[in-house]
Design a protein around this ligand. Structure first.
Ligand SMILES: [Ca+2]
Length: 470
């Protein structure tokens, strides 16, 4: 090697060294760990003030992230509220524009996939047998939904394209299996390629089961009935005999409500423990610093509130959801009362990760709230249940209409968060009713909801629980 060549080599070496020091490797966008529970009320997190549940893992997320206290499911066009709720989450579309089975509808996980993310699902799906394979690259232990035992319904392994052994290890619960699957995925991911890991628990949905010690604890410490407990709903809301309402007899008694709440707390606590395992796994795999963790649920549940048991109503206990986000670019230890929908979550994550939106996605990113650049998000929230209930809320007021029986309820959520004092008949509130009805009509027009808000031939409003029927 001649002298000039040696010089040239040294020059090149020094130059490359300088470049490597000055220009960092292209930053890998953040990973997403999406923890999704099933039928979990927003008021079931210990860190948010519920002393009748223990959620140390979610509490830690609350401490290191931003918690939304006014996040909502938009509602449902059918009794299985899970189905449209999840379709809205996945597609970012509003209730009247989703395809429930997601057969051809573009979704956000596919958008992440197209931007170079590895995508993975474990747990409950509920939006069609075929679509899950299109939407996620990998999956393990997938429960397609319905009320069948997940172990007998379906467990598949995408990569092996075969059904897993249809056998439950003694004493093991699905939530643990889902956590194991998630941990296995997280530990196999390289640092150079971002991932979206979607973990969808089938808890605390009924039958609200957990290992024995959890039930023993809560059976010995039964939660009290909620402040808005009633033995019977005061009128027929159009869906009084749906499956969830049959989980307990009428009139509801404090004893049976307390038993359901004890089982609910046990199921939540066990799921929280599994969430703790997943978060430990994320840390052990070295991904914790570059992962945005989301915890939320598909909708809430009544369990004795207003004399109801299910999610087929528009009270806050049934449509409001817990929502906590933590990780890079998310303010720590913040509680936000910005109003949002579940369908806003993926647009937010998409903005954070630089993902081109799924085609047809209508959700609005609330990234500015997460980053501390804005306080509010939506100014009104429309919720709907089949053609029998419509509700709208703004910062303070909530109006619920029951179009089949021409009945309405008006609540001042500021002074009455439990929705116990109906002000609809108060002449002093006529203007509020009128204003909110107009807001509701505007939102209906915006979202393509053609439900009439009153009926020329109203059905009887009385609910006679002693009378049979479905
Ligand atoms: Ca559900």
């Amino acid at each position: 090697m001649g002298r000039s060549e040696t010089h040239y080599c040294m020059y090149r070496f020094v130059l490359l060294l300088l470049i490597s020091q000055v220009l960092p490797a292209a930053a890998v966008p953040p990973n997403i760990l999406f923890l999704f529970s099933d039928d979990q009320r927003a008021d079931t997190i210990a860190a948010l003030g519920n002393v009748h549940v223990r959620t140390p893992s979610i509490d830690k997320l609350v401490a290191r992230g931003t918690t939304f206290t006014r996040a909502y499911c938009m509602g449902s066009t059918q009794g299985a509220v899970c189905v449209p709720s999840r379709a809205m989450l996945m597609s970012g579309r509003t209730l009247w524009r989703i395809e429930e089975q997601l057969g051809r509808q573009p979704t956000w996980p596919e958008a992440f996939s197209a931007s170079g993310y590895s995508t993975f699902i474990t747990g409950k799906w509920h939006n069609g047998r075929e679509s899950v394979r299109r939407i996620f690259q990998q999956g393990r232990a997938i429960f397609l939904g319905g009320m069948t035992d997940p172990y007998s319904a379906l467990l598949q392994d995408f990569s092996a394209a075969r059904a897993l052994e249809n056998k439950r290890p003694a004493g093991e619960h699905c939530v643990k299996l889902f956590a194991d699957s998630a941990i296995g995925f997280l530990k196999a991911q390289p640092k150079e390629k971002p991932f979206l890991c979607y973990v969808s628990f089938n808890a605390p949905h009924d039958p609200k089961v957990a290992p024995k010690p959890f039930h023993e604890h809560w059976n010995a410490h039964k939660p009290p009935v909620p402040a808005n407990f009633l033995p019977v709903h005061p009128f027929s809301n159009g869906e009084m005999r749906v499956r969830d309402e049959k989980l307990a007899p009428w009139p509801r008694t404090p004893e049976i409500v307390q038993q359901h709440l004890a089982d609910y707390s046990a199921a939540i606590e066990y799921m929280d423990q599994q969430i703790g395992r997943i978060l430990d796994g994320l840390k052990e795999a070295g991904h914790a610093d570059n992962t945005i963790v989301v915890f939320t649920s598909d909708h809430g549940l009544a369990i004795g509130s207003h004399g109801l048991f299910g999610k087929q109503n528009l009270y806050d206990h049934s449509m409001r959801v817990p929502l906590v986000m933590a990780g890079p670019g998310v303010r720590e230890g913040m509680k936000s009362d910005a109003m949002c929908y579940l369908l806003d979550i993926f647009p937010t994550l998409g903005e954070k990760c630089g993902i081109a939106p799924a085609q047809g996605s209508e959700g609005k990113s609330f990234n500015a709230v997460l980053a501390g650049r804005a306080e509010g998000h939506r100014t009104r929230v429309l919720t709907a249940y089949r053609q029998v209930q419509r509700a709208i809320r703004d910062d303070r007021w909530k109006l619920i209409l029951y179009p089949k029986i021409n009945r309405m309820q008006l609540f001042d959520l500021k002074s009455d968060p439990w929705e116990m004092k109906d002000l609809a008949a108060d002449p002093a509130r006529t203007a509020e009713v009128k204003r909110l009805t107009t807001l509701m009509e505007e939102e209906q027009a915006l979202h393509g909801d053609r439900c009439a808000l009153s009926s020329p031939n109203p059905e009887p409003a009385e609910f006679d629980y002693q009378k049979g029927g479905d």
